[in-house]
Each structure stands twice: as structure tokens, then as C-alpha cells.
Design a protein around this ligand. Structure first.
Ligand SMILES: Nc1nc2c(ncn2[C@@H]2O[C@H](COP(=O)(O)OP(=O)(O)OP(=O)(O)O)[C@@H](O)[C@H]2O)c(=O)[nH]1
Length: 609
């Protein structure tokens, strides 16, 4: 018997754990649903509270007209060896109630706390534990009384609402139904039996209880019900005599009430032969024994469920990451690992595998050529401007054969236009790289839990990219300057060999001569610039890749690594600060895990006894 009792005590502990974890037996297969409990079901005023109280041996349930029980009450009875009786609510775990009138008030207050002072009902249970030497270990659920009509102030749906809520408790296969029917009503019309039959047609988990035997009309009795003739259940029917309203008003003690009940059956001419199988005490023992049997059968599946949950929790912990180490060596290692993970993702973006790297080629293939095409060479090499630049370069002495100075100035002026597109390409690639850094940080699964390190990496990478941009900028500007500093001699020598067709035409008009002459200079410069443009179109991308892209791949976090290596312990720890919400989540999971593990240990211990 000791083993059996610890078994039920264990169930009580696990059920409490479930509620702590927010498991109200809602969606899905929960531990709660794997464990048996006893639900008290009956019409209003059928005597549910009275039965519950006499099983417990204490007055503690709120009473009144109308719907008093508006939230399920999960009542766990814990048998103690000795000491005073007390009650404890899960929502106020530090407070021990020894005054049961205060328990009654707390149930009423706690009901109102969720439902307000309305006539609404809620399916969030109130958990109450009673510790006493005078009880057996048992979990009982008191449910709102079934009703046939809504009373004033209640919505029409209340009848259905209550029935649905009660059904949601008793339809679970682990629920043992205590179906209360008053003896002074036809058993055929009993709400409790009606619902029990619906959810448990075979009757294997229904216990029929007949109350108010003492209130039956003279000359009638409930023998055909109690003997199972009127309605057959697999378990024997139990008759009960609770305190009458008059007894309650007179504050008749529960112990005395039980004694009176026992006497009632022992001396009853109708029920005397059934006396040993009647009454609240017998009912309590019957229930307890049945629970034990059911729990024994359930142990393997409960253990399986607990193991499954433990596996799930462990997997979840792995997913969000285990707690981080405290020694600085391990922290440094973790930081470097996380940085590497980020770098891997970043490189995948550049090398392909992840999108984004192609945008850089887009700069080379579209943006740069388009910008080069738009350069205003037409204007710069217009007849008028060529004339102006060349004349200014000649000074007081016009050139004799070819305007060497004029050519130089026109070419220099044109080449300086290339600086704009060169710098714009540098900036465009810089933006692409910066965006890839941002994306890579967001995509690095391992970094998710470390917001501080995320921003540290972002800052370090951005700073490095800035440096690469500066280096890139200097390099492309140099490429442009190089084009100015030394011109391709070959090009001009070839020009010199070409016959000057226009000059040999008959008309010797000086204006025409000079127009053609300058037009020719303009078109020569234009051809030269087109050649330079082709060169730069190829060399600028090379410089950009060399200075920015290649460096980003090779050394994005190099500076950062040297800095981190020098940091002392506190700062390393701070870098690994986590999102508080995540830390809390890990804490919750760890706590759940702990609870489930201890539940498993306890079940293992009991199961092997
Ligand atoms: N004489 C007598 N009165 C009883 C018996 N059982 C319950 N009563 C009385 O019937 C009334 C209703 O009993 P409760 O135990 O409050 O019934 P309930 O089903 O919990 O009622 P609600 O919570 O309103 O649904 C009370 O006045 C009880 O004293 C009984 O066996 N004999």
C-alpha cells in the first residue's frame, strides 16, 4: 500500500509541475493528459460540493445559489502522517491556510480574478492542495454544475458553455468520472449520467454516485439504481448521505456527518445489506484503489511521454544554444568560432551559393559602362572649346605644325572626367559589401543569440570596409592620373602618318581651314580618349576587386581579431551578452527539463519498487 500511495503522491507532484509550466491540458498530448484524475460531474445542486467535501472531510468550497463553481477546481489531497491540516494554492504557494473558511473565500476571490464578478465561466483551473492525515492521496476536479436554463444576467450560451467545458475535462480518456445524481430525481434524467454515457459509453471510467438518499419520498428507495439494475456501470454504484442544508446551517462537523452517514446505512432497513459498500469513506477508498490500478497501467506510456518531452527540450536547448563558458580562454574561442561562422556565410555571398555577389559584377557590367558613356566629351571636345583651349595654350605664338600644348590640355581635361565614374564604382561596390555584411550577420544562425557580438562584428566589418574603400579610391584615382601622366606615343605617331585629306581641298578659305583643323584635333583627342576609356573600363574593376572585394574576403575581421585577442575577461564576457528574452527562454526550458527529469527519476524509483 505504501508503494501505491507514493504512486499517487507522485502523480500529484507531476500534475502540479504541469500547471507550473502552464500546461492546463490544452492542445496536444501533454503530460497532464497522460495522468488520471477524478472529475466530479453533476447538475446544479446535485451535491457535488458536498461529496467533495466529505471525501476530503472538510468544509472549504464556496456555496450559494446559482453558479458558484465557475472555474475548474483541481483539488489534490495529500495524506500526511501527522501534524495539522493545511491547504495551499498554487497561485499563492507561500501561504499556508489552516482556516478552511479562508480557503473558501480564496477560491471565490481567485475565481473572480479571472472571470470578474460576472457569471462567466473559465477553463483555467484553480489548484488547491490539501495536506492532512485524514485524507487519501487523490486528485479531484470540481467542475461547474450542469444546468438546463440560463438564469438572469447570464448569456443564453451558458448552458452549452458549461456543458462544453465539463465535456472537455471528462472526454479525455484519463479522466475518471464521478457522476453525481440526486436520489430524489429520476436517474433517467440525470445530467451527469447523460454526459458520462456520451463520453464513456462502456462505463469503464464512470463511477455512479447517488446523493440525497435521505430525501427520498417515503416508501421509495434507490435500490434498483444502487444494485446496478436501473443503469448498469462497470463499477458499483455508491450511495451517499451528505449534510442537509439544515446541518450546514447548524455547522455540523464533518466527522460527525460521516459518523451519521455510517449510522444511516448501518441502520437502514433498505440499504443495511449494502452498508459496507456505501458512504463517502468507501467512495474515497474505491476511487483511490481504482486510480492506483490505472496509474500502474499508465506508467510505461507516462515514462515514454516524459522521455519524449525531455528529448524535445534538449533539442530546443541545442537549437537556442547552451549556456556559454565562463573562463576567458573558452570565451575567446567561442567569439572566434562565431566570427568564423559569420565569415563563412559572408564568403558564400561573394563566391556564390548565397545571392548578392553578382551585384558587384552588375556594377562592372552596367553601372560603370553606363556612367562612362554619359561623360560630356561632346561638350568638352566641341569645335568651339577645342578652338578656345588650343588658342589659349598657344598664347601669342600660334602653333606651327601641331598644337602639342593644346592636345595635352584637351586630353588632361577629358581624362579628369573619368574620376567621377571611378569613384562612383568604388562607392557602389562598398554599398554592396556593406549590405552583404548585414545580411550575413542576420543569416549566421550561431550568432542569433548574441546581439552584442552581432553589433561588434558589424562595426568591425564596416570599419574594415571603409578602409578598403579608401584604398580602392586611391588606387582608381591613381589609375586615372596615370593615364594623364604619360600618353601613348604610338597613337599620335600613327596619326602623323595619315594623309591630311581635308587640307588639300581647293578652297583656301582661312576660316574653313581653321575649322577643319580644330575639328580634326577634336576628333583625334576623342579617339584617344575612347582608347583610354576602354582601358579604364577594364582596369577599374580589377582595382576594385583587388582593393575591396579580395580584401573583404581575406581580411575583413583581421583588425577585430587582434583587438579581441588583447581584451580582458570582462570585456569578452560582455561581448557574449545575450538577448535577455533568449536567456529567459533558456532558463524556462532548463527549469522544465529539470522538472521533467525529476519526474522521471521519481517515476523510475516508484516503478521499480
Ligand atoms: N439532506 C441532504 N441534503 C443534501 C445532500 N447532498 C447535498 N445536499 C444539500 O443540497 C444542497 C446542494 O448541495 P451542494 O453540495 O452545494 O451541491 P452542488 O452540486 O455542489 O451545487 P452547485 O455548486 O450549486 O452546482 C445543499 O444545501 C446540501 O446541503 C444529501 O445527501 N442529503
Amino acid at each position: 500500500m505504501a508503494t501505491m500511495e507514493s504512486l499517487i503522491g507522485l502523480v500529484n507532484r507531476i500534475q502540479r509541475a504541469c500547471t507550473v509550466l502552464g500546461d492546463h491540458g490544452g492542445e496536444g498530448m501533454s503530460l497532464w493528459e497522460a495522468l488520471p484524475s477524478v472529475a466530479v460531474v453533476g447538475g446544479q445542486s446535485s451535491g457535488k460540493s458536498s461529496v467533495l467535501e466529505s471525501v476530503v472531510g472538510r468544509d472549504f468550497l464556496p456555496r450559494g445559489s446559482g453558479i458558484v463553481t465557475r472555474r475548474p477546481l483541481v483539488l489534490q489531497l495529500h495524506k500526511t502522517d501527522k501534524g495539522t491540516e493545511y491547504a495551499e494554492f498554487l497561485h499563492a504557494p507561500k501561504r499556508k491556510f489552516t482556516d478552511f473558511a479562508a480557503v473558501r473565500k480564496e477560491i471565490a476571490d481567485e475565481t473572480d480574478r479571472i472571470t470578474g464578478k460576472t457569471k462567466q465561466i473559465s477553463n483555467v483551473p484553480i489548484h488547491l492542495s490539501i495536506y492532512s492525515p485524514n485524507v487519501v492521496n487523490l486528485t479531484l476536479i470540481d467542475l461547474p454544475g450542469l444546468t438546463k436554463v440560463a438564469v438572469e444576467g447570464q448569456p443564453e450560451s451558458i448552458v452549452e458553455d458549461i456543458e462544453n467545458m465539463v465535456r472537455s475535462y471528462v472526454e479525455k480518456p484519463n479522466s475518471i468520472i464521478l457522476a453525481i445524481s440526486p436520489a430524489n430525481q429520476d436517474i433517467a434524467t440525470s445530467d451527469a449520467i447523460k454526459l458520462a454515457r456520451e463520453v464513456d459509453p462502456s462505463g469503464e471510467r464512470t463511477f455512479g454516485v447517488v446523493t440525497k438518499l435521505d430525501l427520498m419520498d417515503k416508501g421509495t428507495n434507490a435500490l434498483d439504481v444502487l444494485e446496478g439494475k436501473a443503469y448498469r456501470l462497470q463499477h458499483p454504484w455508491v450511495g451517499i448521505v451528505n449534510r442537509s442544508q439544515a446541518d450546514i446551517n447548524k455547522n455540523v462537523d464533518m466527522i460527525i456527518a460521516r459518523q451519521k452517514e455510517r449510522e444511516y446505512f448501518e441502520t437502514s432497513p433498505e440499504y443495511g445489506h449494502l452498508a459496507h459498500k456505501m458512504g463517502s469513506e468507501y467512495l474515497a477508498k474505491l476511487l483511490s484503489k481504482h486510480l492506483e490500478t490505472v496509474i500502474r497501467q499508465r506508467i510505461p506510456s507516462i515514462i515514454a511521454l516524459i522521455n519524449k518531452t525531455i528529448d524535445e527540450l534538449n533539442a530546443e536547448l541545442d537549437r537556442i544554444g547552451r549556456p556559454i563558458a565562463v573562463d576567458s580562454g573558452a570565451q575567446l574561442y567561442t567569439i572566434l568560432e562565431l566570427c568564423r561562422a559569420f565569415e563563412r556565410v559572408f564568403k558564400e555571398h561573394l563566391d556564390g551559393g548565397r545571392p548578392g555577389g553578382d551585384k558587384i559584377y552588375g556594377v562592372f557590367d552596367n553601372q560603370l559602362p553606363a556612367a562612362l558613356k554619359k561623360l560630356p566629351f561632346d561638350r568638352h571636345l566641341s569645335l568651339k572649346n577645342v578652338q578656345k583651349v588650343v588658342s589659349e595654350a598657344d598664347g601669342y605664338q600660334p602653333h606651327l605644325i601641331a598644337p602639342e600644348q593644346g592636345y595635352r590640355r584637351l586630353i588632361d581635361g577629358s581624362i579628369s572626367y573619368f574620376k567621377g565614374p571611378a569613384e562612383a564604382s568604388i562607392d557602389a561596390v562598398h554599398l554592396v559589401l556593406k549590405d552583404l555584411v548585414r545580411k550575413s550577420i542576420a543569416e549566421t544562425e550561431e550568432l542569433k543569440r548574441f546581439p552584442t557580438l552581432q553589433s561588434d562584428i558589424a562595426a568591425a566589418a564596416t570599419e574594415a570596409l571603409e578602409r578598403f574603400r579608401e584604398e580602392g579610391r586611391r588606387t582608381v584615382l591613381r589609375l586615372v592620373d596615370m593615364e594623364s601622366s604619360y600618353l601613348t606615343v604610338e597613337f599620335f605617331r600613327k596619326l602623323h602618318l595619315e594623309p591630311e585629306k581635308t587640307l588639300n581641298q581647293g578652297n583656301q578659305n582661312t576660316d574653313r581651314y581653321s575649322d577643319n583643323h580644330f575639328r580634326r584635333i577634336g576628333s583625334n583627342v576623342n579617339a584617344y580618349i575612347a582608347m583610354v576609356c576602354d582601358t579604364l573600363k577594364n582596369s577599374i574593376p580589377k582595382a576594385i576587386v583587388y582593393c575591396q572585394v579580395r580584401e573583404a574576403k581575406r581580411a575583413l575581421l583581421n583588425h577585430f581579431y587582434t583587438q579581441v585577442g588583447r581584451r580582458e575577461k570582462e570585456r569578452l564576457g560582455a561581448m557574449l551578452d545575450e538577448d535577455p528574452a533568449l536567456m529567459e527562454k533558456r532558463g524556462t526550458i532548463a527549469k522544465r527539463l529539470e522538472l521533467y527529469k525529476s519526474a522521471r527519476d521519481e517515476i523510475d524509483a516508484v516503478a521499480w519498487k
